[in-house]
Design a binder for this molecule. Structure first.
Ligand SMILES: [Zn+2]
Ligand SMILES: [Zn+2]
Length: 219
């Protein structure tokens, strides 16, 4: 599925693996510079897609450390030699992602390389002519982050024209069309998750939201 949201931002959704996790290739239409959000569990399909579309991948951004979002990291990193970004509070999860995946899916899985760079609340990351802001959104996992694309964070502020409401959010497993992320893990915090969702709604009212599983929706 490809959404070309404006003359600037293009989003390709690849839904991959046993848990049907959404991997998003987000690229600048003009420069083809791209980021890969959550390489799910099938790095080879992602590499093929990037090559077919002739994108220039610059980074792998992980919304959180759960195995169904991170197992494709090794193949993608080996193919393109690009850094992996993750909030440090989820480092413990990617360390055990391979073992968790093999336990739950009974299939063999690649190890996940450690993150190269940290995601930090409020950080702005730019590629091509677009930028997004990192919102630390803990609760589902301690290091969950959501990514907000908005003209307010765009260095070329005047040119930015993202959507009718001007905001796009990548939500990982924090919030879905019909609910919110699981909080039954021993490291999850339900109250914290609701606080994170309130904060997202304040920062990004009506954002077009792309979740880690399922269809996009408006907040
Ligand atoms: Zn998750
Ligand atoms: Zn998930």
């Amino acid at each position: 599925m490809t959404d070309k949201l404006t003359d600037k931002v293009q989003i390709n959704t690849l839904t991959l693996g046993a848990l049907q996790t959404n991997c998003y290739l987000v690229n600048c239409v003009k420069t083809l510079d791209a980021i890969i959000i959550d390489p799910a569990d099938d790095g080879e399909t992602i590499v093929e897609e990037v090559l077919t579309r002739q994108l220039h991948p610059l980074a792998i951004i992980l919304t959180h450390g759960h195995f169904d979002h991170v197992l494709g990291c090794l193949s993608v990193k080996l193919a393109f030699d690009i850094p992996i970004y993750l909030h440090p509070s989820d480092n413990f999860l990617i360390k055990k992602a391979q073992a968790s995946a093999e336990h739950w899916t009974k299939l063999s899985a690649d190890p996940v390389p450690p993150a190269d760079r940290q995601l930090v609340d409020g950080q702005i990351i730019s590629f091509g002519q677009i930028s997004f802001q990192v919102i630390h959104s803990p609760g589902h996992t301690p290091g969950s982050c959501t990514l907000l694309f908005s003209p307010d964070f765009n260095p070329n502020h005047n040119e930015a024209n993202l959507t009718t409401n001007n905001q796009i959010l990548f939500a990982g497993d924090v919030i879905f069309k019909d609910g919110f992320g699981r909080t039954d893990f021993q490291y999850s915090r339900r109250g914290q998750l609701f606080k994170s969702i309130d904060r997202i709604r304040q920062l990004a009212p009506n954002a077009l939201t792309y979740p880690g599983h399922g269809e996009p929706f408006y907040l």
